[in-house]
Design a protein around this ligand. Structure first.
Ligand code: 6R9
Length: 565
């Protein structure tokens, strides 16, 4: 239970103004996330508290205090100022989970520019789409990843600077700079940009069914909700050691891997490596992790790894564990209670919502398989086809949220019409389907669109299909999510070949690899089925629903618009 009391009393007495009080914010004064995550902690006497415990891929550990975080983020902010980057300009971050990612993110915000975090696994096409759409003026990257930037830089006329943060001594091309935060002059103070709650802060790209990825634009005022939900849902308290397994290329890695916890002055653990059961449990034991925020695919993999591995480690420091990104199977909650002595608390939210909206509040009875209840201050509903709330308990409909809330996205970058289309009858339409039981618990039913959720990563079928079409052998294609016991879904592509090309295992591998290189390993199909042609509607749209139904053996439903063969 939190200091707000039980869920019910918290819901009743809640007011978003509480966030201002908690953060020590006075109306009318500047509100900059960069300041609240660094300088303010030093002013509160936490300058020598460890902010970041970072373990690199070889197992070496480095620790940075809030004072280090303050000085290093200042160095990044002043570098951008020297490069004449102005407030409001977009600056991409394209690197593995190294400390510079975190310093530069906060530095960009301190300058008043907009941070665009990108997965380092992105191939050149995925990178190009996002950099082009955001009109990025600069990018921070590393030696390891600059090659991909070099391949596309000539197609990015707005890109003024490429900063290689470990580029000391390397041969640089025009517009490229080497920077080293450790040897750069210490910047004791930086005039933090006087942002307001409505000043743009972070641009996160997310996938929809149609069109290229959309950039959800967030504002500095998001910190109010990120701060409160980190405190009351993730249950962080002074002295905690917190570990969020998410990469900042995904919204979870910024909202709850940077902003929320550091706005509370909490010590965070970051691992450079991806999923690795022994390294993960080792980190919990070595660093004494108390609160852990992860995702269902990782949890299912840990279940598969089994209890024997758990027993090799002392995980007794853990106090609270949470999950996000995909439906959390009831078995995972029961299993975690058995082997860790703690149930995973599911949380539901989206890139667009910026923070947790529905969750299993600490102290609340957990119904395994349910996403929990709306966070105090949030109104969530299930809507029928007329976009009015469904009143009957247990009946499925479209999951919707009542705007506004502090961390709500403000638009899709360069795509206002898609943003407007997300609102119906005064509700924000999430794109998910859900039901609410008699006791007010929300249950996830499925997505209301064709977006593929693979291991918590949203993949647009359109993006995969567009990349497939670039392959010389592909005439047409369709991508769907195929059910998978670990990743929930994996990408499966149906491909019709151009004349002169024959299906073969080699060609399948060649196409899969092509997508991995152009998009990312996350969007890479696990399977390709060669077909003569694809089922289409009379208007020529590929019927992914039909392919999906064939895959799962489900009812096919209405196919009256299917083209005649
Ligand atoms: C934070 C994040 C959002 C979509 C969302 C839904 C799925 C997230 C979930 C969940 C079932 C949960 N999703 N949490 N589904 N139970 N607890 O995940 O953002 O990448 O934008 O994805 O993920 O489909 O609409 P994002």
């Amino acid at each position: 239970m939190t200091d707000l009391g039980s869920y019910e009393t918290a819901y009743d007495k809640f007011d978003w103004q509480l966030a201002r009080k908690e953060l020590g914010y006075e109306d009318g004064s500047p509100l900059n996330i960069g300041y609240y995550c660094t300088d303010r902690n030093c002013e509160r006497g936490l300058g020598d508290t460890v902010a970041l415990i970072w373990e690199d891929s070889s197992g070496d550990v480095r620790r940075y205090t809030f004072n280090d975080l303050r000085i290093h983020s200042n160095a990044y902010a002043s570098l951008l100022a020297d490069l004449k980057i102005a407030s409001g300009e977009r600056v991409c971050i394209f690197m593995d989970r190294v400390p510079d990612l975190y310093f530069s993110f906060l530095g960009i915000l301190k300058l008043g520019a907009i941070a665009v975090p990108l997965f380092s696994a992105f191939g050149e096409d995925s990178l190009l789409t996002r950099m082009e759409n955001s009109g990025a003026a600069a990018i921070f990257t590393t030696r390891k990843h600059v090659k991909k930037v070099r391949k596309i830089r000539d197609r990015l006329p707005q890109l003024k600077h490429i900063v290689v943060v470990d580029g000391d001594g390397m041969a640089l091309k025009e517009r490229e700079h080497a920077f080293n935060v450790e040897t750069a002059p210490k910047v004791e103070s930086f005039d933090v940009y006087p942002a307001t709650a409505d000043t743009p802060s972070v641009l996160h790209y997310t996938s929809g069914t149609t069109g290229q990825p959309k950039g959800a634009l967030h504002v500095h005022g998001s910190i109010f909700q990120q701060h409160l939900t980190t405190k009351w849902v993730l249950d962080l308290k002074p002295g905690d050691v917190y570990w969020c397994t998410a990469d900042p290329g995904w919204v979870t890695g910024t909202s709850y891997g940077i902003i929320g916890p550091w706005s509370l002055g909490i010590t965070q653990v970051v691992l450079e490596v991806g999923f690795f059961p022994a390294r993960w449990y080792g980190a919990i034991e070595n660093f004494g992790v108390t609160v852990w925020y992860s995702a269902p695919t990782a949890i299912r993999l840990l279940m598969r790894e089994g209890e024997a591995t758990v027993k090799k480690f002392d995980l007794s420091s853990l106090r609270h564990i949470c999950s996000v990104g995909e439906p959390l199977n009831p078995e995972a909650v029961i299993w975690s209670e058995k082997v860790y002595g703690l149930p995973f608390h599911d949380t539901w939210w989206q890139t667009e919502t910026g923070s947790i909206m529905i969750s299993n509040f600490p102290g609340m009875k957990i119904k395994p398989g349910s996403m929990g209840k709306p966070f105090p201050g949030v109104t969530a509903a299930v809507l029928g086809p007329d976009y009015n709330p469904v009143l009957e308990p247990g009946k499925a409909g479209v999951l919707a949220l009542k705007p506004p809330w502090p961390s709500m996205f403000r638009t899709y970058w360069n795509n206002p019409s898609t943003y407007e289309a997300k609102f119906k009858n005064g509700w924000y339409i999430t794109g998910d389907r859900a039901r609410i039981d008699k006791e007010g618990y929300f249950w996830f039913v499925g997505r209301d669109d064709d977006v593929i959720n693979t291991g918590g990563h949203l993949v647009s079928p359109f993006e995969v299909e567009s990349a497939l079409l670039e392959h010389e052998a592909v005439a047409e294609s369709a991508a769907i999510g195929k059910p998978d016991p670990v990743n929930m879904e994996v990408v499966k592509a149906f491909v019709a070949l151009k004349p002169g090309h024959e299906p073969s295992h080699d060609l399948e591998l060649n196409i899969i690899n092509f997508i991995r290189k152009h998009l990312s390993p996350l969007a890479m199909p696990q399977e390709i089925e060669f077909v003569k042609s694809l089922p289409k509607t009379r208007s020529g749209k590929i019927m992914r629903r039909l392919l999906r139904a064939q895959e799962t053996g489900e009812e096919i439903g209405d196919i009256s618009t299917l083209e005649d063969d």
